[in-house]
Write a protein that binds this ligand. Structure first.
Ligand code: NAD
Length: 312
């Protein structure tokens, strides 16, 4: 008996890296899995159906059930096709893991319009489009049955988006937006019985080889940065045990799961009328007290740019 027997899951970007681990573990726990991946390069160029097909074959070799989908996650019709494929092939959709992603790192003063657009498109629109069609399906199902649909969504943010990594303005903006999407969607979809959470992985994949390149020195040691280490928390979020968790952000890597909290009001200054600039010259300091007035150049623990990326 698996914890997800009878469930139907979609994992986007599931042919490689972190997403492949999610797909394999979901299938091991009994879910039927739609393995989505257009099979592009790390920067989003190109397409190849073989990587997604290989993951399907791996799942089937383990005795699991899977089908490949090669749609671009950010394509409006493609996203709808992917959701429909799950429903038509396996009879429902219970789990959506939005994971597909690319990098086009560059300092802002060197970033091209195309580098900005492509990253914003794949991450932000590539989360929105499948979610749009899945949410429509779950709302209709809830109306028809009058019952909570008991569905799960896991989004993929990044520590770069949460903690602001220089050289990745496009990526950080998208990933920060995704962290907030988890909270918005949890509020929108909770009434239908859908939980929505986001994770920020820490794993050695082609996107992070420079950052997490070191492998364990001796065979048998725990490989702290193996991409498959991220899957247990993601899959656990999809089980009955996590039915009460929604709108949360987690950093996940190795054997470590961190709960991350969001923006909060630190201090306030108030005036009974519109401020004058002269008044603000003296009162602004009350907002900060001992707090720093500018961020440190780079915060420790964030994910550095991709292997081939230029940040100069
Ligand atoms: P990866 O390159 O190994 O896997 C990403 C997969 O997404 C690839 O197989 C790629 O073909 C697919 N993909 C890209 N664009 C697509 C599109 N438009 N439609 C369908 N599939 C598409 O990278 P990864 O490290 O496993 O990254 C997975 C996710 O985790 C990404 O969203 C990434 O930004 C995020 N992330 C990873 C790390 C890390 O440490 N590896 C850190 C923070 C965030």
């Amino acid at each position: 008996m698996g914890r997800l027997d009878g469930k139907v899951a979609i994992v986007t970007g599931a042919a490689r890296g972190v997403g492949r681990g999610h797909a394999l573990l979901l299938a091991q726990e009994g879910a039927s899995v739609v393995v989505n991946d257009l099979g592009g390069e790390w920067d989003g160029s190109g397409a190849d159906q073989r990587p997604a097909q290989q993951v399907v074959e791996e799942i089937e070799a383990q005795g699991g059930t899977a089908v490949a989908n090669y749609d671009d996650v950010a394509d409006w019709e493609g996203g709808q096709r992917m959701i429909n494929q799950a429903i038509e092939t396996y009879g429902s959709l219970d789990i959506l893991i939005c994971n597909a992603g690319i990098l086009r790192d560059r300092m802002t003063f060197n970033m091209t319009e195309e580098e900005w657009d492509s990253v914003i498109r794949v991450h932000l629109k590539g989360h929105f489009v499948p979610l749009r069609w899945a949410a429509t399906y779950w709302r209709e199902k809830n109306k028809e049955t009058g019952q909570p649909v008991d569905a799960r969504v896991v989004l993929t943010s990044s520590e770069s988006g949460l903690f602001a990594n220089p050289g990745q303005l496009n990526y950080d903006a998208a990933k920060s937006g995704i962290a907030t999407m988890a909270v918005v969607l949890a509020r929108e979809l909770g009434r239908y019985g859908v939980t929505v959470n986001a994770i920020s992985p820490r794993a050695r994949t082609r996107l992070t080889e420079n950052t997490f390149g070191n492998r364990p020195s001796s065979e048998g040691d725990f490989d702290d940065r193996h991409p498959d280490n991220v899957a247990p928390w993601v899959v656990w979020l999809c089980t009955d045990a996590a039915a009460h968790l929604s709108g949360q952000n987690f950093v996940v890597g190795g054997g470590n799961v961190q709960l991350v909290s969001g923006w909060r009001v630190e201090n306030a200054i108030e005036s009974p009328q519109r401020w004058t600039l002269d008044e603000l010259d003296t009162k602004w300091q009350d907002l900060f007290g001992d707090l720093p007035t500018a961020p440190a150049p780079r915060r420790a623990g964030t994910v550095a740019p991709a292997p081939a990326a230029s940040t100069d």
